[in-house]
Every structure is written in C-alpha cells, then in structure tokens.
Design a protein around this ligand. Sequence first.
Ligand code: ATP
Ligand code: MG
Length: 330
Amino acid sequence: MATSTRIQTDVVLKVEDLRTYFRTRWGTVKAVDGISFDLRKGETLGIVGESGCGKSVTMLSLMRLIPIPPGRIVSGKIILDGEDIVQVSEKEMSKIRGSKIALIIQDPMTSLNPVFSIGDQVEEAIRIHQDIPKRQVMSRALDVLRKVNIPAAESRVKDYPHQMSGGMRQRVVGAIGISCEPQVLIADEPTTSLDVTIQAQYLKLLKDIQKDSDLSIIFITHDFGIVAKMCDRVAVMYAGRIVEHGSVRDIFNNPSHPYTEALLASVPKMDQVVERLFSIEGQPPPLHDLPVGCAFADRCPVVMDKCRMEYPTQATVSDGHTASCWRVGE
Ligand SMILES: Nc1ncnc2c1ncn2[C@@H]1O[C@H](COP(=O)(O)OP(=O)(O)OP(=O)(O)O)[C@@H](O)[C@H]1O
Ligand SMILES: [Mg+2]
C-alpha cells in the first residue's frame, strides 16, 4: 500500500468540484455538478454510470472541448501537472491537448479521416505537438504503430482507414492517442464497436502501453465487467455527480450506495444462468430539474424521508472509499 505522501506526489490530475452546465430551452442542464477526484501516475480510474449521467461531459470538460455555448465550465478546477487548465487560454490548451492529456473516442471510424492514409494521420498528430524534423516524425509514427502492434507497420502506413479491420483502426486511434506521450489518456467507451475477441485484445493493448509508459488512464464505460478487468479505482456517476468512489476491490466487495449495488446486480456472471438480467427500474431525473435531495431517491429500494429533503453528504466507508448516501454510517 502506498503511503499518503507518495499518493500526494503521484497525483497527475486533480479535479476539484467541477461543474459543467448547458443552457437549453428547458433550463440549465447540470450535466456535471460538483465532481472531485484524483488520478495517480500509472493508475486506471474507471468512470461508470448509466447513459446520460455525465461521463462524456466530464471527459470533454477535462479536454476543454465543451461546446460554448450552450455549455460552460461554470466552476471548479482541473489541475493537470500542477496547472489549472480551466484557466488557461485556448491557445495554451491546444498545446496541452494531445501532449499532456489525450483522448480516444468511441468510434474509430469517425475519429479517423477517410481521405488520409493512417501514416499521415499519426504523423500529423506528432507534428502538431512536437517541433522535430520530418524524418524523425516518420520514424516516430512507425514506432507508435509498432507499439500498438500493427503488423508490418512499414507497409501499412500507406493504407487508408477503410482498408483496415475494425480492430486495426482502433489500434491506429490508440497510436494517435499515445503519439505524444501524454501523462493522461482518456478512453471513452472505446470497446463498444468491437467484437469480443478484438475488445479483449484492445484492452490488453492499453494495459501493455500503460506498463511501458507509466501512463494514467481514465476509462469511461457502462460496463462493470470491464472495470473489473481494467481499473484500479472506480467512480460511480449518477445524474452528474459521483455517488461512490473507491478501489475496485472495495466497490465490488462492499458496494455502499444503493445505485452501485443495483449496477453490480445487473452485471451478468460467467457461472450463473439467468433468465433475465436485472435492470434498475425507473429513470434518472432530468438534469435540468434535479430534486433537492438524493437524485436516486425515486428508484432507491431503501429510501428514507431524509433522502428526499437533503442531498447526502459524502461519507467515508473505509480508507479511500466514499459514498454519498444517508444510509452509510447509520
Ligand atoms: N451540447 C449539449 N447541449 C445540451 N445538453 C447536453 C449537451 N451535451 C450533453 N448534454 C447533456 O448532458 C447530459 C450528460 O451527457 P453525457 O453525454 O455526458 O452522458 P454519458 O454519461 O456520456 O452517456 P452515454 O453513456 O450515453 O455516453 C445529458 O443529459 C445530455 O443530454
Ligand atoms: Mg458518453
């Protein structure tokens, strides 16, 4: 177990009370509403939650890619490598993006440009951030393509995205993501468009890259099964907030928020034959009209009167494990 001093110095990204809102004709959508977490060197943090809970808006906020308007980071800090990137100019941010914090998005087809060869696209990503001679750019591009296990990279650099399989395209997107050796890589549901075998290879690849480079990864997913395989810690999001946060072991062994319990109950188990998967009844409240109390109250099997009146304070379940539920510590 790391000592607390080591944890402090190892933090590469610190998010403090971040709020990102969208102005819409229905009112203010509080897509991210006061989230805080740390990311340490070399670790993988999973962010899980149902569709619409604010996972992608969190990721877009970290990249400073929120469309303004209608969106805006209304408050909070994102401290990356000692600097609050909420405050930096767009020009500075465009240098930070890719070189210190990079993103792999859901669909490898839409994140590659169909009219340029994959070699050109990896080289372009390197050129934007690094002022190095053309020959070096080319050899660096080959290096990263080899690193993500593209076979015969020297000849495949000339291929266009449509000439590659889905799995290979995803590797190219991964190569672009790590081409400038970022400290933080955000992977937003990168596995949804892949079949299971390729998905497994891809997850392994991310792990391998991480081992070699001490990269910190934020893994955004619906899937607790992937969290178990990939992550060290996990933040469970519900309606724009983190409702539970802890090590993967703590969350799996001792889920303490009823929402986390419900999510875990909906994960299929290898050794169980189930008639029907458990799913959580009801819908999250609209993010432009959140209740004053706990946003999960209407769906919670153990709701109390207090839960509808006041948002639960964050309670400590054990060292490094917190949950925002009035039941914790009762
Ligand atoms: N440009 C926008 N304008 C208005 N509301 C937006 C905008 N972008 C996102 N939102 C809202 O922010 C909320 C969070 O969306 P987000 O995309 O972060 O969800 P998510 O957790 O990534 O879901 P999924 O699992 O489906 O990807 C949603 O209610 C969404 O409608
Ligand atoms: Mg999303």
